[in-house]
Design a binder for this molecule. Sequence first.
Ligand code: GTP
Ligand code: MG
Length: 195
Amino acid sequence: MKVTQSEFVISAVGPDQYPDDALPEIALAGRSNVGKSSLINKLINRKNLARTSSTPGKTQCLNYYRINEQLYFVDFPGYGYAKVSKTQREAWGKMIERYLLERETLKLVLLVVDLRHPPSKDDEMMYEWLKHYEIPICVVATKADKIPRSRWAKHAKQMKTSLLLRGEDTFIMYSSETGMGKDELWSVILNHSKR
Ligand code: GTP
Ligand code: MG
């Protein structure tokens, strides 16, 4: 897709701050530091619109980005960061759960995982939880540039097997460095945002 306009809208902590123009929303969930914000930036050809950082666990809000007056990306705070307190973790859980269960304009969750490693327990739990609530999922295995091409298929297979990936969910290998998987991901996103 040709992105002509992209802007940061709001860091929302709860429903009263979510935008109310009913555009379709594509949420990004995944471990802290896995590459969610980088993935957004690559998709929209912006260097640093979605803030990336080397200090994980910073973002505690839902960051909304409006794309072409057509859809929103909703960047979640990453999970699984060890230094976050129990209270913070619980607040995170409540905020995400509420969003995922109540947000009617949510069309698709991009579950972002690291192609180099097997999914974490949190990745597996997140996938099962999304399945349980029948939320459409696309698993995006990022940082593909960090392993040799000859190992892509093996890693992809292991990821799908460990997650117990269901046939209805798309799996895409991606790299925010090289742009690998970008066109395929856009077509999945546009497809779901029309539903
Ligand atoms: P939180 O917001 O803390 O949850 O992290 P995040 O998931 O948004 O990760 P972020 O996009 O900030 O990326 C974390 C680090 O990984 C940064 O140093 C990125 O440059 C790097 N990174 C992200 N995607 C890729 C990729 O596809 N390839 C390579 N080589 N590095 C990547
Ligand atoms: Mg981020």
